[in-house]
Design a binder for this molecule. Structure first.
Ligand code: HEC
Ligand code: HEC
Length: 241
């Protein structure tokens, strides 16, 4: 039963993959009610994520058809979908909870994950999170490349920030190698650039509003579209060398 639902979603997803960048604007500005997330990093919550069984997670990745969209090892098959390989377990867990609770929504692709996450228990989420975390950071999907000149242009703001606009350096939180940091600060290295750009625009418009203290929404609002493009190539290039 569970599998049938996700299997039909996988078919929907395959169609979305073809018509790229679907409805990034869909639902934009629809402010989520209440707190941005229900996840609080209590010792119990951290213990649950740490207890995840990566082998069972690997089985769920196949049985729940996550693999049909996210790959056998969490590497995205296409440039506009996220990779999950090498991602911090706490971040993956938080995203799955946020989708399940309807805290991350507001685009056609997020709605797929809202449906998928309804089928997952907290333990399933912890198991899946540990499975993806057990791989190294992803390389780009086959056929997707990055632009080294653009990557170079992003370097100043990524590493030093911009005091004039009060933009903190991205690497202060996301790590010097895009590997992510404490609890739910995600790895960005090797993220497919189209997905990166799409999700930054969703923070900017408020369509994605599950970030605690609006941190990413505030940062994204101060960046120009060109800067976001450059940063996408910067992070995409980190594992593509
Ligand atoms: C039909 C295709 C499809 C299936 C099946 C699917 N996903 Fe996704 N997943 C996506 C897309 C597309 C996104 C980006 C959604 C968005 O824009 O919010 C995504 C986002 C995610 C994210 C957030 C990634 C990030 O960087 O923020 C996680 C975690 C995730 N999926 C895990 C899973 C797991 C676990 C399963 C199986 C239980 C699964 N997905 C099944 C297509 C799919
Ligand atoms: C104060 C710490 C902080 C700073 C500075 C910061 N980030 Fe983030 N970022 C986060 C956190 C925490 C999240 C996860 C938010 C959530 O739960 O949705 C995140 C999420 C993201 C995501 C979504 C990843 C995914 O897989 O969907 C992207 C992309 C991103 N940040 C890019 C950037 C860029 C580019 C910069 C620099 C301009 C930056 N961040 C600066 C803390 C930060």
């Amino acid at each position: 039963m569970k599998n049938k639902i996700v299997m039909s979603l996988a078919a929907v997803g395959a169609a979305l993959m073809v018509s790229q960048g679907v409805a990034a604007e869909h639902g934009a500005g629809a402010a989520a009610k209440g707190p941005s997330t229900n996840v609080a990093w209590t010792p119990e919550q951290l213990r649950l994520v740490a207890s995840g069984d990566k082998n069972r997670g690997g089985q769920l990745n196949r049985d729940m058809f996550c693999a049909s969209c996210h790959g056998d090892q969490g590497v995205a098959p296409t440039g506009n979908w996220p990779s999950l390989a090498g991602q911090r377990a706490e971040y993956t867990f938080k995203m799955l909870k946020d989708y399940k609770d309807g805290k991350r929504h507001g685009s056609a692709t997020a709605e797929i994950m809202v449906q998928v996450a309804q089928q997952l228990s907290d333990q399933d989420m912890a198991d899946l999170a540990q499975f993806y975390a057990s791989f190294k950071l992803p390389s780009l999907p086959v056929g997707v490349s990055f632009d080294a000149a653009k990557a170079d242009q992003a370097k100043a703001v990524v590493t030093r920030g911009d005091g004039k606009r009060l933009v903190a350096p991205c690497q202060a939180c996301h790590g010097p190698n895009g590997e992510g940091a404490v609890t739910d600060t995600p790895a960005l290295a090797g993220m497919p650039p189209e997905y990166f750009i799409k999700t930054m625009h969703e923070y900017k418009s408020g369509a994605r509003a599950n970030d605690v203290y609006s941190r990413m929404r505030l940062i994204a609002k101060t960046l120009s579209d060109e800067e976001i493009n450059q940063m996408a190539h910067y992070y995409a290039g980190m594992t593509a060398k």
